[in-house]
Design a protein around this ligand. Structure first.
Ligand code: NDP
Ligand code: PMR
Length: 394
């Protein structure tokens, strides 16, 4: 039987190993071995925790748990790194966040990306240390791929402490819809439905984590909130009564737009962001009290230089950064936005659940107000129920 050394969840440590004490230090777990010379890591079988540590020790070779370094194995104090999955970490905000977290030395980043090679190269050119990240394949445009990712992640036997649903596509110049492998309009399929399935499946893994603060973060945006100037730039976001989504969002027997209207690529993106913000709040209502998991969304600022605008016309890509930098003053660099999202992942002061975070001009975080539609509880429930059906959870 293949066995791997790993950390037991803290309640198990307390129960099975009277000599081990856990304390929380700077958002990470510190395991202190009280008896000197206790260097042998605890062991767990592939199928679960092995109760008989002594027997197992005699039969197996210990293998360092993923995310553990040699120094921590040899020392008396062992600090477990947090494990965070970041979708779309191959560019822009996701990459900057992965880099910011990796640089702290306290996080192992699972870069969940559709293009393995691009992600690997991005991590290298960002200067991320090899042992600070793992690239795993995830194509949110395929529900099979989402399920496969979850399977592969579980095979890795890493715990899951934080999930960041960051990946997105924006198709402002598309005249006709494109579709995911499952037949859903691409922007909503990738940005909302793929993440909806991923987050629901990985909720089980977050529940099992012994990390002091477990979080599920879903990116929102100002352009999905019609209580802002940016949110009033046409086409405005709006889900209507969800008739297009309920009809299958497939452009054949239903519209490719959530509200049942004519296809508009820019609106589809903004609609998907409303879905992201409603989903976060519905997760909070359904699971926060029971699990203690923090659910959060955010607007990281206008990161006008990222690949999100790759399909926009060249003139837009030229003028958008100076427009945001000098006119609206909403511009934020990729590096700064990465620090903001990294804060939502790990800062002990941002632990409140159900919050949509934003930052002021001095880069101080605050709890922002969502638009009426983006905080509509009845719509959030309906969106959840329809989405469950579309991704095969109900
Ligand atoms: P980028 O285009 O730079 O990053 C998007 C990431 O998503 C890329 O890594 C991309 O992969 C990935 N992705 C796209 N499609 C898929 C898919 N099918 N499966 C898996 N991954 C996929 O954009 P940003 O960094 O700007 O956007 C990140 C998040 O920030 C988004 O949720 C966006 O809505 C949000 N946001 C951005 C703002 C901005 O001003 N830029 C403002 C507010 C919110 P690949 O590299 O392979 O293309
Ligand atoms: Mg906007 C007043 C402030 C402000 C801010 C913070 C943004 C953010 N935008 C603002 C204002 C305006 N924008 C105004 C006044 C205009 C009309 C000239 C304008 C236009 C505009 C366009 C055409 N803005 C855009 C676009 C896009 O294609 C981007 C978009 O909607 O992507 C979905 C966009 C954005 N503006 C923002 C932000 C953050 C975006 C990008 C993406 C996003 O919401 O994720």
């Amino acid at each position: 039987m293949a066995l791997q050394a790993c950390y037991l969840p803290s309640p198990l440590l307390a129960r099975k190993e009277g000599k081990v004490k856990e304390t929380a230090f700077l958002g990470a777990s510190v395991f202190e071995h009280h008896k000197s010379g206790l260097h042998v890591p605890l062991l767990r079988s592939k199928r679960g925790v092995n109760a008989s540590v002594g027997v197992v020790k005699a039969q197996t070779t210990a293998v360092a748990a993923p995310g553990l370094n040699q120094a921590s194995l040899q020392g008396k104090k062992v600090l477990r790194k947090g494990v965070v999955v970041v979708t779309g970490a191959s560019s822009g905000l996701g990459l900057a966040t992965a880099k910011a977290l990796a640089e702290t030395g306290k996080w192992h980043v699972i870069m969940a990306c559709r293009d393995f090679l691009k992600a690997e190269k991005a991590a290298q050119s960002a200067g991320m240390a090899k042992e600070s990240y793992t690239v795993m394949h995830l194509d949110l445009a395929s529900l099979d791929s989402v399920r496969q990712f979850v399977h592969n992640f579980r095979q890795s036997e890493r715990p899951l402490d934080v999930l960041v649903c960051n990946a997105a596509i924006y198709r402002p110049t598309a005249r006709t819809p494109t579709y995911t492998a499952d037949g859903y309009e691409m922007s909503v399929g990738v940005n909302h439905l793929g993440h909806f399935l991923l987050a629901n499946l990985l909720l089980e893994d977050l529940k099992k984590s012994d990390y002091p603060s477990r979080r599920l973060i879903i990116l929102g945006s100002i352009t999905g909130n019609t209580n802002t100037l940016a949110g009033n730039v046409p086409p405005k976001a709006g889900l209507g009564d969800l008739r297009g989504l309920a009809g299958g969002l497939n452009g054949r027997n239903s519209s490719a737009m959530i509200d049942g209207g004519d296809f508009d690529g820019a609106k589809a993106y903004k609609d998907s962001k409303i879905c992201n913000m409603l989903t976060m709040q519905e997760f909070h209502r359904r699971f926060h009290e029971e699990t203690g998991i923090t659910f959060a969304s955010l607007y990281p600022g206008c990161i006008a230089t990222t690949g999100l605008f790759r399909e926009h016309i060249p003139l837009f890509r030229l003028l958008f950064p100076p427009f945001q930098r000098f006119i609206t003053k909403g511009f934020v660099s990729e590096e700064e936005s990465g620090k903001r999202l990294a804060q939502v992942v790990s800062d002990p002061s941002l632990v409140k659940s159900g919050v949509y975070w934003s930052w002021n001009k001095d880069s101080a975080s605050f709890e922002n107000q969502l638009s009426q539609e983006a905080s509509d509880t009845a719509k959030a429930r309906k969106l959840w129920e329809v989405s469950e059906k579309l991704v095969g959870l109900a």
